[in-house]
Design a binder for this molecule. Structure first.
Ligand SMILES: *Cc1c(COP(=O)(O)O)cnc(C)c1O
Length: 403
């Protein structure tokens, strides 16, 4: 093995935390001529997407669809409820929380960013402190990332809602579910989330380019009281529009919509509870292998120590520089397996950056794919003579076989 025998031909596996693997059904649904955007089946089909999207988010409220990636819907959500000079509170859990905070600053908001270590969920006491220090309720929204894809921390959204209620603080609870929707359990209405943003290319298994802003009545009231909202981001004309054209403030993202139709069919045929349970078991299988690799002098570490705080969609790992990069590069060129780069844990110009990597296991992923992913990593560790505990694949198989 090694220098001469390459084993990368065959179907490759992009195991990065977004874009995720696309189902053949999605690809086939998109492979067609452009439909009429003024009349006909596209319009009916789009109407049918709305209730099915809401079922994924567990909400009976509204959803607006944007031609945008996750960054776009960050801005869309903020543009509807935050005016320049207004204040938002952002508990940080990694690269994506700080990214959303940055977006809010760009719109002129006053941002209070609560820094936190990147190995465990946010510090509720710190959030409580900030909310209590705001007796005049100047904080208009709390921007919370459910799963921060850089650290793979999963935050407790329901606990944050309880805290806001206990303190009788009226701030909107705005949640980024770009990584978690369709992977980690999320209950928009039951958890009292006012605004939620998601994008197409992760748990929803569609190419990047379409984003979603879900919002409830409280958020709609805040929007209605805004002095102005930029036309393109305004969510009002996008929900229940008089004309189809207004849904998207222009031409519909025709092919993405067909792809989304196929993806939502897959999700609802499987059932939300089953989708969540599958992601949970696949994640537990991955953790079981990672824990063994870290034994007997192995340096591999799961970024989040407490399993209850880990996402089921993505796993962030540290193995030490330069082995993270060596492993990724070896797997891609020798096995056709691509792992995610480390993000936000070390500066991309520092040598430590090469010590981190991530596994994406969101969306269209099943048991044999995860065993292939783990078998690939085991092979890379052996080929590169990176010290690691032995028996990881057996531990993974045992966990998966628990049924
Ligand atoms: C991927 C991701 C984003 C950004 O999405 P883009 O489509 O890359 O703009 C934002 N938040 C989280 C949690 C993500 O995982």
């Amino acid at each position: 093995m090694g220098e001469t025998v390459k084993l990368a031909a065959g179907r490759s596996y992009l195991a990065i935390p977004g874009p995720s693997v696309m189902p053949d059904q999605v690809l086939q649904a998109m492979h067609r001529a452009s439909p009429n955007i003024y009349a006909g089946e596209l319009i009916e089909m789009t109407h049918g997407l709305i209730p099915d999207l809401k079922r994924v988010a567990r909400t009976c409220h509204e959803v607006a669809i944007y031609i945008a990636n996750g960054h776009g819907v960050w801005e869309a959500a903020l543009a509807n409820v935050i005016s320049p000079g207004e204040r938002v509170l952002v508990p940080s859990g990694g690269h994506f929380s700080t990214g959303w905070a940055q977006m809010a600053r760009g719109l002129g908001a006053e941002v209070e960013l609560l820094e936190h270590d990147l190995h465990s969920t946010w510090d509720l006491a710190g959030i409580e402190n900030s909310l209590k220090n705001d007796p005049e309720h100047r904080i208009k929204a709390v921007l919370a990332v459910h799963v921060d894809t850089s650290s793979s921390i999963r935050n407790d959204i329901a606990a944050l809602r309880m805290l806001l209620d206990e303190l009788k603080h009226p701030a909107l609870l705005m949640v980024d579910c770009v990584a978690s929707l369709g992977c980690d359990r999320f209950e928009m209405d039951a958890w009292g989330v006012d605004v939620m943003v998601a994008a197409s290319q992760k748990g929803l298994m569609v190419p990047a380019g379409m984003g979603f802003v879900f919002f409830n009545d409280k958020a709609a009231e805040v929007r209605a009281a805004m002095p102005r909202v930029s036309c393109y981001w305004d969510w009002q004309p996008r929900v229940n529009p008089q004309e189809y054209y207004l849904h998207f403030c222009g031409t519909a993202p025709t092919h993405h919509l067909y792809g989304l139709r196929a993806a939502l069919d897959l999700i609802h045929d499987e059932g939300m509870e089953n989708v969540w349970a599958r992601h949970q078991r696949l994640a537990q299988t991955i953790w079981a292998a990672c824990e063994v690799w870290g034994q007997d002098g192995g340096s591999l570490r799961l970024n989040v120590t407490n399993p209850a705080m880990r996402s089921h969609a993505v796993t962030a790992l540290h193995i030490g520089s330069p082995d993270g990069t060596r492993l990724r590069e070896w797997l891609e060129s020798n096995l056709g397996l691509t792992l995610g780069i480390g993000l936000g844990m070390a500066s991309s110009t520092s040598p430590e950056w090469h010590g981190y990597f991530r596994l994406g296991h969101m969306g269209h992923v099943n048991g044999q794919m995860v065993m292939g992913l783990l078998g690939g990593i085991e092979t890379g560790l052996q080929a590169l003579k990176i010290p690691h505990g032995s028996g990881a694949l057996e531990a993974a198989a045992k966990k998966m076989a628990e049924g």
